[in-house]
Design a protein around this ligand. Structure first.
Ligand SMILES: O=C(O)[C@H](O)COP(=O)(O)O
Ligand SMILES: [Mn+2]
Ligand SMILES: [Mn+2]
Length: 561
C-alpha cells in the first residue's frame, strides 16, 4: 500500500513499454466465452472483429476469470457481476465484496452490534421494522439466506412488528422463480408469527418496474415503489403476495418476474397492511449499491425534487451497506462496504494521464463510479472527462438491442482523434442488457452491433497509431439457456421448452490487446493461467508506459525480444 505524500503516487516508467501511445480500453458488458452452440448469442452473432482477434494473434488473446473469489465473491459458484467486475478492473486488486462481508457480519452476529442496528432499535418498542429489497438467490444485489437470517435476528433483537416489501427478480435467477421465493418467505414469516412477531409481506413489484432503477435512468421506477411502500398506494391490491403474483400473471401471461407492476397487500377492510409511517425503522437489505442509491436518496434526503413524495415519514433508516461513501449515503448502515482506494484512475491522474470515459446511462456508472472503487465524480476535473449518452427509457432492451453502442463508439473515436486524451475507456452494454431480457434473437443482434462498434474504435486506434485492450466484466450473452451442470446439455422444462437463462454466468471472459502502437514482442505471459479481472489494471498501466503499483495483481504482459 503506498504511503506518504504526493510521491507515493508516482509510477516509474516501464522499462520496455513506451509512454505516449494512445490507449483504447473497451469493456464489453456481459461477454463471456462458452460452448459455441445455438444458445451462445455471441457465437451465433456476426462478430468478425472479435473472431479475428481470437484466431489470428493467440499470444495477444486469452481468457480471464470473472467470477467467484477471483472478483471477491464468497464461492466458486458465485457468478460475476458488473459491480465486482468493474471494481476489480479499475482497482487492480481483489477486495472481499459486499456479499461476503454481509455473510460474515451475520455469521458472527456483529451486524447487530454496530451503530447502524443500534440506530434502528431507537424505533422500538412501537415502530414497525420494514425490510425492503430484492427477493433472490442471485448473490448480485442480495441473497435470500441473508434476508432469512436478518428476519430472525431482528425478531431476536426485539422487533415485534415486521413488514417486508419484496422486489421480484427473474433477472439474476430463473424467470418464474419468484413464486418459490415468496413461498419460502411466507413460511419464514409464519415461523416468526408463531413466536409472537406480527410479520407480513406489505407490498411488492418487479425489480425493473419498481424501486431498483439505477444511475437516474427513470425516477418513475422509484416513485412507483415509494407510492406502494410508503403511501400504501398501487394500481393493484391483494390479500397476499402469492395471490398477487399468480393473479397478475394469469391476467397477463407475458408478464415476467422482472416487470411485475407495484402492488400492495391489504387486510379484509382493504387497508394496506404495512405502509411506512412516522416512528418506523427501515432496512434496505440489498448489499449492492447501484440499484439502491436512488431509493436511499428518496428515503433520506430532506431536499428532494425527483418526484412528489406526498408524505415523508420520519423513520430510522439503515442500508445493508453504505451505498455511496463519498456522499455518505445512507448515513446509517449495517455493514461497512469494502474500502477500495488507490485505484488505477487515481494513480493515472497523479501521473498526468488524461482519460476520457463514456457509456450510455445504464452502464455509465460502471465505467466511472464503480471503476473508481464506488467513488462519485472525477479524480481531476482537467485530466478526466466522463460522458454519458442517454439510454432509451421505458423499454425492455430487446425492443432496441442496438442500444447506443454505435453512438458510444463514435464518441470514443472522436475523443481519441481529438488528441486531448491519452486513454479512452468505454463500456458497451448490449451483451448484458439485452442478455438479461432472455430474448436470444435480440441478444444476437445486440452482439453483432457490439462487434461493429469495436470495429469503429479499432479503426480509430489504427489511425492514431495507438493500442487497444478489449475485455469484459463477466459472462451473460454467451449462454442463454440453463444447462445440466455435469454434461453442459441445454435443459428443458416440464412442458418441453428450453429453460431460458437471463442471468450472468461463471464463464471466463476474453481479453485481447493489439494496435499499431503496441510494441513488437509485447504479448501475454503464460505463467498466470488463473489470472482474473484484477490483473487488467496493471496491464493497461503498463500499456500506458508505467510500472504498476506494487500491490496490484501482476500485469498480464511480457515483452519478448
Ligand atoms: O442489476 C442488474 O441489471 C443485474 O442484477 C446484474 O447486472 P450487472 O451486474 O451487469 O449490472
Ligand atoms: Mn456487467
Ligand atoms: Mn448484468
Amino acid at each position: 500500500m503506498p504511503s506518504g505524500g504526493e510521491e507515493k503516487w508516482v509510477l516509474p516508467a516501464h522499462d520496455k513499454l513506451p509512454k505516449g501511445k494512445k490507449l483504447m480500453l473497451i469493456i464489453l458488458d456481459g461477454w463471456g466465452e462458452q460452448i459455441a452452440d445455438q444458445f451462445n448469442a455471441i457465437a451465433v452473432a456476426t462478430t468478425p472483429i472479435m473472431d479475428h482477434l481470437k484466431t489470428t494473434a493467440p499470444e495477444r488473446w486469452r481468457l480471464l476469470k470473472a467470477h467467484g473469489p477471483a472478483v471477491g465473491l464468497p464461492t466458486e459458484d458465485d457468478m460475476g457481476n458488473s459491480e465486482v467486475g468493474h471494481n476489480a478492473l479499475g482497482a487492480g486488486r481483489i477486495f472481499k465484496q459486499g456479499a461476503a462481508l454481509v455473510d460474515m457480519a451475520l455469521e458472527t452476529g456483529s451486524i447487530y452490534e454496530g451503530e447502524g442496528f443500534k440506530y434502528l432499535k431507537e424505533a422500538q418498542p412501537n415502530g414497525t421494522l420494514h425490510l425492503l429489497g430484492l427477493l433472490s438467490d442471485g448473490g448480485v444485489h442480495s441473497r435470500y439466506n441473508q434476508l432469512q437470517a436478518l428476519l430472525k435476528g431482528c425478531a431476536d433483537q426485539g422487533f415485534k412488528k415486521i413488514r417486508v416489501h419484496v422486489l421480484t427478480d427473474g433477472r439474476d435467477v430463473r424467470e418464474g422463480s419468484s413464486l418459490d421465493y415468496v413461498t419460502t418467505l411466507e413460511h419464514d414469516l409464519e415461523e416468526l408469527r408463531k413466536r409472537g412477531v406480527d410479520a407480513r409481506i406489505a407490498s411488492g413489484g418487479g425489480r425493473m418496474a419498481v424501486t431498483m432503477d439505477r444511475y437516474e435512468n427513470d425516477w418513475g421506477v422509484v416513485k412507483r415503489g415509494w407510492d406502494a411502500q410508503v403511501l400504501g398506494e398501487a394500481p393493484h391490491q391483494f390479500k397476499s403476495c402469492l395471490e398477487a403474483l399468480k393473479t397478475l400473471k394469469e391476467n397477463d401471461p407475458k408478464l415476467n418476474d422482472q416487470y411485475y407492476p407495484p402492488f400492495v397487500i391489504v387486510d379484509d377492510e382493504g387497508k394496506p397492511v404495512g405502509p411506512i409511517v412516522d416512528g418506523d425503522a427501515l432496512i434496505t437489505f440489498n448489499f449492492r449499491a447501484d440499484r439502491m442509491v436512488m431509493a436511499a436518496k428518496a428515503f433520506e434526503f430532506e431536499d428532494f425534487d425527483k418526484f412528489d413524495r406526498v408524505r415523508v415519514p420520519k423513520i430510522k433508516y439503515a442500508g445493508m451497506l453504505e451505498y455511496d461513501a463519498e456522499i455518505k449515503l445512507p448515513k446509517h448502515y449495517l455493514v461497512a462496504p469494502p474500502h477500495i482506494g488507490e485505484t488505477s484512475g487515481e494513480y493515472l491522474v497523479h501521473n498526468g494521464v488524461r482519460t476520457f470515459a463514456c457509456s450510455e446511462t445504464v452502464k455509465f456508472g460502471h465505467v466511472t463510479f464503480v471503476w473508481n472503487g464506488n467513488r462519485s465524480g472525477q479524480f481531476s476535473e482537467t485530466l478526466e472527462e466522463y460522458v454519458e449518452i442517454p439510454s432509451d427509457q421505458g423499454i425492455s432492451f430487446n425492443v432496441k438491442p442496438e442500444m447506443k453502442a454505435i453512438a458510444i463508439a463514435e464518441k470514443a473515436c472522436e475523443a481519441l482523434h481529438s488528441g486531448k486524451w491519452d486513454q479512452v475507456r468505454v463500456n458497451l452494454p448490449n451483451g448484458d442488457m439485452v442478455g438479461h431480457t432472455g430474448d436470444l434473437d435480440a441478444t444476437i443482434v445486440g452482439c453483432t452491433v457490439v462487434d461493429k462498434a469495436i470495429q469503429l474504435m479499432l479503426e480509430a486506434t489504427e489511425k492514431v497509431g495507438g493500442i487497444f485492450l478489449i475485455t469484459a466484466d463477466h459472462g451473460n450473452a454467451e449462454d442463454m439457456v440453463k444447462r445440466n451442470s455435469k454434461t453442459g446439455e441445454p435443459m428443458k422444462d416440464k412442458k418441453g421448452n428450453y429453460q431460458i437463462l437471463t442471468a450472468h454466468t461463471c464463464a471466463p471472459v476474453p481479453i485481447a490487446i493489439g494496435g499499431p502502437g503496441l510494441l513488437k514482442g509485447a504479448q501475454f505471459r503464460t505463467d498466470l493461467p488463473t489470472a482474473g479481472l484484477a490483473n487488467v489494471a496493471a496491464t493497461f498501466i503498463n500499456l500506458l508506459g508505467f510500472e504498476a503499483p506494487k500491490d496490484y495483481e501482476p500485469s498480464l504482459i511480457e515483452v519478448v525480444e
